[in-house]
Design a protein around this ligand. Structure first.
Ligand SMILES: [Zn+2]
Ligand SMILES: [Zn+2]
Length: 281
């Protein structure tokens, strides 16, 4: 950061009314661990503690596969079921003090189909991203884990975590603030003007709001579209931001979700059994 930016006051000091919009967030900070991960580790791209008697999830959507010739070709070529791939496992016991998983869940698991889908049932329109599955377990049923989970037979290299050794998580508790697009117009305008006038462009927009990274809770990114209402498809309740996946950087594995955009997963606060939804910004 430049000396001039350093001398600019904290936007939360200049605009104390921003504090009421702050939401707890957990930056998960994935890193290569240097050791073999086990199904009992919280991890990115590591093995899951999956009950041996539970069916492994698959994706049966139409897949957009990039063909080698001619360059840039994309075509729907198959919809045979694809086994999903582990992306994230987060045990409640590994969360910082004061944090818990909803409904007292013991573990959150995120899997995806590492291929491109034009539109998934959980998206709000065009997605062009992996299809995501969310699982919550409550401790029971985890005593007899599946040892040899199926692997997806087709994987887009842009999303494939199968060659990756997996990474450990170092959750960091923080407070996240809304994108300027999700703030009241008058406040957003004053923040933009302040950034321009003080030469600290990005001080709020990039450094304070909708923090980037693999993130639990907090605020989603906006900007590709204006914010729009998000309701549970089952009960109509307003959805909560559960998880953001933008990049996953682990050694030689580098996943840029949605070509550098940010994929947010939303959940219904009424019930973990209600369907999640996703949005890319
Ligand atoms: Zn799929
Ligand atoms: Zn619901």
């Amino acid at each position: 950061m430049s000396p001039s930016a350093d001398s600019v006051p904290d936007p939360l000091e200049v605009f104390p009314e921003l504090r009421e919009f702050g939401r707890p967030a957990l930056l998960l900070n994935p890193r290569l661990s240097g050791r073999a991960l086990t199904p009992r580790d919280s991890s990115v791209g590591g093995p899951l503690l999956w009950p041996a008697d539970a069916p492994w999830p698959t994706c049966s959507l139409a897949h957009l596969v990039k063909l080698p010739e001619p360059p840039g070709t994309e075509e729907v070529v198959f919809d045979e079921p694809v086994a999903l791939q582990p992306v994230l496992q987060l045990f409640a016991r590994d969360l910082p003090e004061g944090w818990s998983l909803p409904e007292g869940a013991a573990v959150l698991q995120v899997l995806w189909c590492p291929n491109e889908h034009a539109e998934t049932p959980e998206s709000f329109g065009n997605l062009f991203a992996p299809s995501i599955a969310i699982r919550w377990w409550h401790g029971t049923g985890l005593a007899d884990p599946l040892e040899d989970p199926p692997v997806p037979h087709t994987r887009d290299p842009s999303y494939d975590l199968s060659g990756c050794p997996g990474g450990t998580l170092t959750p960091e508790s923080t407070v996240d603030h809304p994108s300027v697009f999700a703030l009241p117009d008058s406040l957003a305008d004053r923040i933009r003007a302040w950034e321009e006038e003080t030469g600290a462009v990005g001080r709020y927009i990039d450094d304070t709001a909708s923090l980037s990274g693999l993130k639990l809770g907090g605020h989603p990114s906006w900007g590709v579209t204006d914010p729009f209402p998000m309701h549970c498809a089952e009960c109509g309740t307003d959805l909560e931001h559960l998880l953001q996946i933008d990049t996953i950087s682990l050694g030689e594995t580098l996943i840029f979700l949605g070509r550098g955009y940010s994929l947010s997963v939303y959940r219904c606060p009424t019930s973990l059994a209600h369907p999640h939804r996703v949005n890319i910004q």
